[in-house]
Design a protein around this ligand. Structure first.
Ligand code: SF4
Length: 367
């Protein structure tokens, strides 16, 4: 099949779309019009865009296309968590997770890369290595596809990949997510999680507004070097320094994700060191008991340990929230569903054990 060389409009910000349309001799307002069709109404077919002239629709057909994602597999957990596996146009797969929260809110966890280069040892995705960056369109299309299952209140860039390793495409995707005539998410509702790429954190703060989460997971360089190899390049002192200087809105805090692993980082001394490390930073700590899976030797902490760790932080006036691991009965850890379906990222051979098995979408069609 010939490769489709038409430009994918989902990869363009409003400004870029305006320039593209100007190249076709079209007025500026057409860009907003198209954005509204693609994102407010989630329409992917030029022919359905009734306020565009027939001639313009025909011209668009020739030069452009609108990509979308159809889920190949979904797994539903008893707690309402839904995990999607999307197959991309080149056959690679990514995961997206829809997580129901209290008060009927829904958080969507999206991916920014196929695989990841950073190799955190507790992470299933890290074991695949990096295959490639996602395009802006592939990032926002995860949101568009999940919206078909109902409204989304918050978005976290916390799925497969290190978002700051794909900074340019992630910034474009955020611009599209925030666009009033598009998906219209407030930057307050969107959180980007990084393993701690210090120079890119500085750049992110200068380029766009987004809540920042830092995957911390250790209180000494020794332990963090082992868990997260990125720490050898950007050790804790540098990471804390950039957090201390990160531009925050008046009521905004940086979230520190701390996966508690039995006997590795869950001691009283760790809790003490954590309080010291975060001193002077407007911080919120998410304590996440490790979610055991077959590919990892790590164990979940005991319930008592978690309570004691959290209690220590709370007693020192810190905001420390215990996060339940959602979707325990499905492939909940990031990368697990992909691992089940694509034992190697390059392989497209599908397993048979998923809960719902939708047919792969025809090229150009979405569910
Ligand atoms: S935890 Fe995040 S940064 Fe680390 S390997 Fe996994 S996806 Fe990459």
């Amino acid at each position: 099949m010939d490769h489709d060389t038409r430009i994918d409009l989902k990869n363009l910000t409003l400004e870029e779309l305006t320039v593209f349309l100007a190249g076709m001799g079209k007025e500026r307002f057409r860009a907003s019009q198209l954005m509204r069709w693609m994102y407010s109404r989630l329409v992917n077919d030029f022919d359905a865009m009734s306020d565009l002239s027939k001639a313009l629709r025909a011209e668009l057909h020739q030069r452009a296309r609108i990509s979308c994602l159809g889920s190949e597999v979904t797994e539903d957990s008893r707690d309402g968590t839904r995990k999607y596996l999307f197959r991309l146009e080149d056959g690679q797969t990514i995961e997206t997770v829809r997580i129901p929260m209290e008060d009927n809110r829904v958080t969507l966890c999206i991916s920014t890369q196929v695989g990841c280069a950073l190799g955190c040892v507790f992470c299933h995705t890290g074991s695949f290595g990096l295959v490639r960056n996602l395009t802006p369109g592939e990032i926002v299309n995860q949101v568009c596809a999940a919206l078909a299952d109902g409204p989304i209140s918050n978005i976290v860039l916390m799925g497969m990949g290190e978002p700051l390793h794909n900074l340019d495409n992630v910034v474009k995707a955020l611009q599209i997510l925030y666009l009033p005539e598009g998906l219209d998410f407030s930057p307050r509702k969107v959180t980007l999680s990084t393993a701690g790429l210090v120079p890119e954190m500085l750049e992110l703060g200068q380029r766009i507004r987004v809540n920042l989460a830092v995957s911390l997971n250790a209180t000494t360089d020794e332990v963090r070097n082992q868990l997260m190899p990125v720490n050898r390049r950007y050790p804790l002192a540098q990471l804390m320094e950039v957090c201390r200087n990160y531009p925050l809105q008046p009521r905004q805090r940086i979230t520190f994700e701390y996966i508690l692993i039995r006997g590795v980082n869950d001691s009283d001394q760790d809790a003490r060191r954590l309080v010291k490390l975060l001193h002077g930073i407007k911080a919120k700590v998410n304590l996440i008991p490790f979610n055991e899976h077959s590919a990892s030797p790590f164990k979940a902490p005991t319930g008592d340990r978690v309570t004691r760790f959290q209690g220590y932080l709370l007693d020192r006036g810190m905001v420390a929230i215990r996060r339940a691991s959602k979707g325990q009965d499905i492939s909940a850890a990031c990368g697990q569903l992909k691992g089940k379906r694509d034992p190697l990222p390059q392989q497209q051979d599908a397993g048979e054990d998923a809960v719902h098995d939708n047919h792969p979408p025809e090229k150009g069609t979405c569910k």
